[in-house]
Design a binder for this molecule. Structure first.
Ligand SMILES: [Zn+2]
Length: 699
């Protein structure tokens, strides 16, 4: 058994080592990454951890010792007199604090001493060493493996930011810096590549690396390469005594230096600068993957020296990864309020985009099996299994998603995941619709999971927002038989108040005060805005945005309800009207019709309206020359996008529709308007240009 465990670890280490080596080669030598930086870093971190725990099982071919890359044989070799080292990384505040402490320990300074540092954005480009002899550019070399780099002089001379001659330079001068491409120019470059059917670059860094490492300098010449200078190959006391001074010297030599650098005293100022650069990251026109801190004083730098791979006087504080590998611990099936079954990945907690993530969506059964919604193979058709390493990412603030899997840690005894064949919430039958990849439980109100989800949705912030009534309370009241529909919430005080047979205050964990508080907050929610009420009903494809659109359009519950009942009874013109509201799709319209057709809905709504008072949509208070009018946009607008124009019109109290009808009051016409304009003229609808419309609204 012990040997078996050993075997597994050796297999894991070897498999991880292979993955790292391959990814590293693709990244450094072929400039076409297999993995994102975050994914690569997380694999390396896993490997290092496993290696540390099992120091005697490390494979001979340890890839960590040779990250970076041997120079490609396509280029002549250049030896770096002073190794061109990479920086060690800090992944969090603690690492930075430890770095600062270790520097002071090494220098024999008091821990209370506040050291001077220079902090600057870490540009995601390619390091380049430029050697000048008697002021003339002699060689330009990539990092390579740190000791020997590739000679790319013929390409470097095509970069405008790199001076070819320097006046008043020392006899030998080596300047180091980063070759990069601006984000804006990167996009143009890819557009150009696409038009020529040439290789599309994955990111600006790869484009920069691929452009610099060209055999034909004519190609490099036409690439928008730039260069920031930031250090010297040798620390020369003759030139400067600190990093801060050096930057001035480099600038005087004619180099471009990054203006966004900061002098910092002590570790707290470093961390503040990090925040500052992190916040403006998106607005910078170059890719930044962290902040570099350098001990400012050159005599300190000299004492500190270097380890085998990195200097002791600098560190790169990396931004949180946007995606990362982590272990899939289990797959849970959640039942949504409309009966949809969603598989959720429970993960070993991992930091992504600065947030700890411990679960991610797995979309549906097909996704787990290795197919997309259209039945095409994804991930080469490899399925996802519990125990796998999965790469997780967040896009915006939405639920984290699983991007890919890595088989390095999959063991022989791992088993495919089987989707349940009955509902985990009620044991009911599952149905998979032909044209949908989702599986649903159709038990409706007899499915415990669905009822609980509907109830949770009803009381949520976007619904009637009842403080003190959360998931835990709902489950406990449901299991006691106190709540089975949202109506019961508003009867809780009547049925379970202090003078009732089963008073809430007598339940475990409840008391007089907390029970009163809950009843009060339920009473507070009896006045409910129309959009919140519609959303609270939990109709499929009718979420927050659609509810708001409906509330703005129909204004009052009476009108909305009447129209919905007409639609349910088959009145086609009302259905048409609904379907024509800008922002309402056919799917939502269909679901609304189905919802209001049901007897169950009729009863629920009737009972709810005895308990609550639905108020007009709050956003309809604006009085403007267009409030209440139905307007249609057509053609392409100049001043704003269609969606901006729409939300502006709604803010001004207008209703926006997609088609010309008897209700249309104004057609706003942009360039290239066609059939709608004709129709509007036929129907005698007022037609305005974009300018006229803006003037009218603002009058
Ligand atoms: Zn069910």
């Amino acid at each position: 058994m012990k040997n078996f465990g050993k075997k597994i670890i050796i297999n894991k280490l070897t498999a991880l080592a292979k993955e790292i080596e391959l990814a590293s080669k693709k990244y450094f030598q072929e400039d076409s990454p297999l993995l994102s930086d975050g994914e690569f870093d997380s694999l390396v971190a896993r490997y290092k951890k496993l290696k540390k725990e099992n120091p005697n099982l490390v494979p001979d071919n340890d890839p960590i010792l040779k990250i970076g890359s041997p120079p490609s044989s396509a280029f002549a070799k250049v030896e770096h007199n002073v190794p061109l080292l990479s920086l060690s990384n800090a992944f969090g505040q603690d690492d930075v604090i430890r770095f600062d402490e270790s520097v002071k320990r090494f220098l024999g300074l008091e821990f209370s001493h506040e050291l001077d540092y220079m902090a600057e954005p870490k540009i995601d480009g390619l390091s380049l060493g430029l050697k000048y002899i008697n002021g003339k550019l002699f060689t330009a070399a990539t990092r390579g493996d740190g000791k020997i780099g590739e000679d790319v002089t013929h390409n470097a001379i095509t970069i405008r930011d790199i001076p070819k001659t320097i006046s008043n330079a020392p006899e030998v001068l080596e300047v180091r810096g980063e070759v990069y491409i601006l984000k804006s120019e990167f996009n143009k470059l890819n557009e150009f590549q696409r038009s020529k059917k040439e290789k599309i670059f994955a990111n600006a860094r790869n484009a920069a690396a691929g452009s610099l490492r060209q055999l034909d300098s004519e190609v490099t010449k036409n690439r928008p390469l730039r260069f920031f200078a930031y250090s010297l190959g040798t620390i020369s006391h003759n030139l400067a005594s600190s990093q801060k001074q050096l930057m001035k010297v480099l600038s005087n030599f004619g180099f471009t230096i990054n203006e966004d650098r900061h002098s910092c005293r002590g570790v707290n100022q470093l961390l503040q600068t990090y925040e500052h650069i992190c916040n403006k990251r998106e607005s910078l026109d170059y890719e930044v993957d962290g902040v570099v801190y350098k001990v400012n004083n050159f005599s300190y730098q000299e004492i500190l020296g270097a380890r085998s791979n990195s200097p002791r006087w600098a560190i790169a504080h990396k931004f949180p990864p946007e995606e990362s590998f982590t272990k899939l611990l289990s797959i849970e099936i959640q039942v949504g309020r409309t009966g949809t079954l969603s598989p959720v990945a429970k993960l070993a907690p991992v930091e992504i985009g600065g947030v700890m993530v411990s679960s991610a969506t797995l979309h549906n059964e097909d996704f787990i099996k290795g197919f997309d919604n259209a039945g095409n193979r994804i991930r080469d058709g490899i399925d996802i299994r519990v125990g796998d390493l999965v790469s997780v990412y967040r896009a915006g603030d939405v639920i984290p998603k699983v991007k890919s899997i890595n088989l390095a840690e999959r063991t022989i005894d791992s088993k495919p995941f089987f989707f349940p064949n009955c509902c985990p919430g009620c044991g009911g039958k599952l149905i998979k619709q032909k044209d949908e990849s989702v599986i649903r439980c159709h038990a409706g109100l007899s499915c415990r999971a669905q009822v609980l989800e509907r109830m949770k949705h009803f009381v949520s912030k976007q619904g009637c927002s009842i403080e003190g009534l959360g998931k835990k309370q709902i489950i406990s009241f449901y299991d006691l038989g106190w709540l089975s529909t949202p109506v019961d919430i508003f009867r809780l005080k009547l049925n379970h108040g202090k003078n009732s047979d089963k008073p809430l205050e007598k339940l475990a964990n409840w008391g007089r005060k907390s029970a009163e508080n809950l009843f009060d907050s339920i009473d507070d929610s009896r006045d409910l805005g129309l959009e919140r009420f519609i959303n609270a009903l939990g109709i499929r494809y009718v979420g927050e945005v659609v509810s708001l659109t409906l509330a703005r359009y129909y204004e009052t519950w009476t009108v909305f309800h009447k129209k919905m009942l007409n639609i349910a009874r088959g009145k086609t013109d009302d259905f048409e009207e609904l379907n024509n509201i800008d922002g309402i799709g056919l799917k939502s319209a269909e679901e609304l019709r189905i919802y209001f057709e049901s007897k169950e809905t009729e009863k629920l709504v009737e009972e709810l309206l005895l308990e609550i008072n639905v108020t007009r949509s709050v956003s309809r208070t604006v009085l403007s020359p267009v409030s209440g009018l139905t307007v249609v946009f057509t053609g392409s607008l100049e001043a704003m996008s269609r969606s901006e124009a729409k939300s502006f019109a709604e803010k001004m109290g207008a209703k926006v529709s997609n088609t010309i009808s008897l209700k249309t009051a104004i057609l706003i016409c942009g360039a290239g308007a066609g059939s709608k304009l004709r129709k509007a003229k036929e129907a005698g609808v007022k037609v305005l240009t974009e300018d006229e419309w803006v003037k009218l609204v603002k009058s």
